[in-house]
Write a protein that binds this ligand. Structure first.
Ligand code: AMP
Ligand code: MG
Length: 412
């Protein structure tokens, strides 16, 4: 591949993603965590079901268990005993009898059907069945109907969700082998930046990128090393780079990657490591930089708040997922009718922000959030999707179809 940094022109995002995929080495170290600590972690081994779920045929209702063919000649059966959850009926159902059964209780041997309590009446001599099914098997949850023994329940690389913890608990799994968490160091650069809570001097603004990116890193499930906000001072930025590189597997900065006189990030990256690519054919987010430091990968997000979030989500997050060994799920992309005209010049792929609705005929519509400047952070907060406009396309007329990409887990 040609070195993009020494050639004029902007790198298409598809090529940038391909480079990230080829260059990123996943973390190899694994660790053992308890089930309770496993939310958001990445499995380092497949999970095979050690037994059936449910482990035994059991009742889906409170009612009576019987053998349906016993009701062919009579619909009143004497009671032979009880089966409760955790207290199975011992022995076999005697012919022509029924057994009181509760939800979750094992189906007694010899019974093939459960009749719900609401369809019965208790009489002195037994239980009267007012409504009987045509076929045996009603209201029985079969052993293994959820998961049968030996099933590969999850594969290596799966990110543990809340519902997965329930499933793993039902399999009796108390500990899991997961990849060690990826360590990410984060800092923002800019003399004008203050942290919320501090007092603004004339010309200052609050640092929003570090907080938003940190929130997305939390959602990704990495270990975060927050190095704060660094002034536009090459010496201080260099020190921060070195400290970040020492502590982390990946380093993320925001600001200072453009061509301004106080933009030192890229020079220091080149001095301490190397730039793999810089300047992408996307909007927002053109001045995104990716490179290598001696012991870590480097992602330089642009300073403009929308650019920082879009490039983090579109480029840095997939790269971090590779490092985490996490399965990648492409964001859901589909066509929608654009209700408003959109401005666009050919040359860069755009990620405009939109909101989705479904009209009364079931058609999906997308509306722009308004101003699309890379400093208009409200456009991200209002949106639930990107309106993805191909690189070579121009503006869009109201009523035309456009491709939309649903915000993923990091932004929703
Ligand atoms: P830069 O990329 O450093 O030239 O910054 C581009 C624009 O983004 C400038 O208007 C900065 O003030 C603004 N900016 C840079 N970093 C941040 C940040 N962390 N939070 C909010 N705005 C920022
Ligand atoms: Mg700056």
């Amino acid at each position: 591949m040609k070195d993009c940094c020494s050639t004029p022109g902007l790198l298409p995002i598809e090529q940038a993603l391909e480079i990230l995929k080829n260059q990123i080495q996943p973390i190899a170290e694994t660790t053992r965590v308890s089930l309770e600590q496993s939310l958001g972690r990445i499995l380092a081994a497949d999970i095979i079901a050690p037994f059936n779920i449910p482990p035994h045929n059991n009742s889906a209702m409170d009612g009576y268990a019987l053998k349906l063919s016993d009701t062919e000649t009579k619909n009143l059966l004497p009671l032979a005993g009880k089966a409760f959850a955790g207290h199975p009926f011992k022995g076999t159902l005697p012919e022509g009898h029924c057994i009181r059964i509760m939800t979750g209780a094992c189906i007694p041997q010899g019974a093939d059907t459960v009749i719900m309590q609401e369809h019965t009446e208790q009489k002195e001599t037994g239980i009267l069945f007012n409504r009987l099914p045509q076929k045996a098997g009603n209201n029985i949850r079969k052993a293994g109907e959820d998961i049968s023994e030996g099933t590969r329940v999850f594969t290596k690389g799966h990110k543990i969700k809340a519902q997965d913890i329930g499933l793993l608990a039902s399999l009796g799994i108390a500990h899991l082998c997961v990849y060690r968490a990826v360590r990410v160091a984060l800092f923002s650069t800019g003399d004008e930046l203050k942290a919320p809570g501090e007092i603004l001097r004339p010309g200052d603004i609050y640092d929003s990128n570090r907080f938003a990116v940190k929130a997305m890193l939390q959602k990704l499930g990495v270990e975060i090393i927050d190095l704060g906000c660094i002034p536009d001072d090459p010496k201080k930025i260099r020190e921060t780079f070195l400290s970040a590189n020492e502590q982390a597997d990946a380093v993320i900065s925001s600001g200072g990657v453009s061509v301004g006189e106080a933009d030192y990030t890229k020079d220091i990256l080149n001095e301490l490591g190397k730039t793999t690519f810089w300047k992408l054919a996307i909007k927002p987010g053109k001045p995104f930089a990716f490179g290598q430091l001696p012991d870590s990968y480097f992602f330089g997000l642009p300073g403009n708040p929308v650019s920082a979030l879009v490039t983090f989500q579109q480029l840095a997050a997939p790269a971090l997922r590779y490092m985490m060994n996490c399965h990648q799920h492409s964001p859901l992309e589909f066509s929608a009718t654009c209700t408003s005209p959109l401005k666009k010049a050919p040359g860069r792929k755009e990620f405009q922000r939109g909101t989705l609705t479904i009209d009364h005929n079931g058609y999906v519509k997308v509306e722009t959030t308004g101003g699309q400047g890379s400093g208009i952070l409200r456009s991200m907060s209002m949106a639930d999707c990107y309106i993805v406009l191909p690189k070579d396309q121009g503006g869009v007329e109201a009523g035309e179809p456009v491709n939309v990409q649903l915000f993923d887990e990091l932004l929703l």
